[in-house]
Ligand binder design. Structure first.
Ligand SMILES: NC(=O)c1ccc[n+]([C@@H]2O[C@H](COP(=O)([O-])OP(=O)(O)OC[C@H]3O[C@@H](n4cnc5c(N)ncnc54)[C@H](OP(=O)(O)O)[C@@H]3O)[C@@H](O)[C@H]2O)c1
Length: 321
């Protein structure tokens, strides 16, 4: 199959493109050519690199046409954040592709009403990002009802070697890991019971590759892609401290008081994660196409932190014994 991956050199694409090559597909990898993949897999040598800026192409109305001109059987869109972008793509690909796989997010669910929740749970997103992703999902599922071959995969917090994972306090400040590594007291918001649900980037790639291989099982459907279980901030902090041979020393602080102690961007990110407190079931993806995540939520984060240590992003005093 000829597979076009839009946004091919980021967290997901770095793992997905080599998988697709190994599965025997001819892959065109679209990006602006600014970023390199997170790791140098040999498979990239046989990939066609296609350089263009989606935003620019969208502005001049050539986006859908440029993707269609690549003559794909399957398009995997990892960088769609606006309903108008999805519409441009669908109009250009109508009648020409076997599958359009869109990358969504667990944030389409908003504040969860149950734990776990499945893909049928009501969509009650908040915040521009989640609202737009839910709108794109609705649009694509409606199009699928009308015969267009679309499917959606909704990842949790994507983690892996090459970038910082969401930490046990629900933000991206890597000093949280240093605090745990030194055995110092870490403050968590409220009772530390908010949930996080990481997913390793290679597990996300596994899900997309399985969807490509099982087109008939996924068309017209949305699926969660995450670690099997979420983890509470508290349990994650305890697990992370053990990576460094320490017992976590935790204190629990009401959210507003906690937020006043950390940088505003960390407070905002944590607030977003506390509110979403994901608890997504992945049973549908496992049952339909055999998805089997290799990483737990904490395991996915650990792989990222091992990279932070080996690449010198975490200070030497945090090296595990
Ligand atoms: N991060 C998370 O934890 C998370 C969680 C749930 C869902 N998601 C979803 O995951 C998707 C993002 O995937 P990712 O994390 O793999 O992305 P990423 O790491 O941000 O990588 C983005 C990719 O797109 C390319 N790109 C960016 N802007 C572009 C443009 N204007 N035109 C063409 N190419 C462009 C980048 O390369 P260049 O810079 O070289 O162009 C890169 O290859 C999104 O749909 C997001 O909603 C992410």
């Amino acid at each position: 199959m000829r597979v076009v991956v839009l946004g091919a050199t980021g967290h997901i694409g770095s793992w997905l493109v080599p998988r697709l090559v190994r599965d025997g597909h001819s892959v065109a990898a679209v990006s602006r050519g600014v970023r390199r993949p997170y790791h140098d897999a040999g498979e990239w040598r046989v990939v066609e690199h296609v350089i263009f800026d989606r935003d620019q192409a969208e502005r001049d109305g050539t986006y859908g046409g440029r993707v269609a001109a690549l003559d794909p059987d399957i398009v995997i869109d990892l960088i769609c954040f606006e309903p108008r972008t999805a519409r441009q793509l669908v109009e250009a690909l109508r009648g020409r592709v076997d599958l359009l796989l869109h990358c969504g997010t667990l944030w389409v669910h908003g504040v969860p009403r149950s734990c776990p929740y499945d893909e049928h749970a009501a969509r009650e997103p908040f915040g521009d990002y989640g609202i737009r992703k839910a709108e794109i999902e609705r649009y694509l599922l409606d199009e699928a009802q009308a015969g267009f071959p679309a499917a959606i995969l909704h990842p949790g917090h994507i983690s892996g070697p090459g970038w910082a994972p969401i930490n046990p306090a629900g933000n991206l400040d890597i000093r949280v890991f240093e605090t745990l590594a030194r055995g110092e007291v870490l403050s968590l918001p409220n009772d530390g019971g908010a949930r996080l649900q990481h997913v390793h980037a290679d597990d996300v790639a596994q899900a997309f590759a399985l969807a490509v291989a099982n087109r008939d099982q996924v068309v017209g459907e949305a699926f969660h892609v995450a670690a099997r279980e979420p983890v509470t901030m508290r349990d994650y902090a305890e697990g992370a401290a053990r990576w460094f041979g320490k017992e976590a020393r935790l204190e629990f602080v009401p959210f507003d008081e906690w937020a006043a102690r950390v940088p505003p961007e960390s407070a905002a990110t944590t607030r977003d994660h506390v509110l979403h407190s994901p608890c997504a079931s992945i049973e549908k993806l496992c049952a339909r196409i055999g998805f089997a995540p290799r990483y737990t939520a904490v395991g996915a984060a650990e792989d990222a932190v091992r990279w932070l240590m080996s690449s010198g992003h975490l200070s030497a005093s945090t090296q595990s014994p």
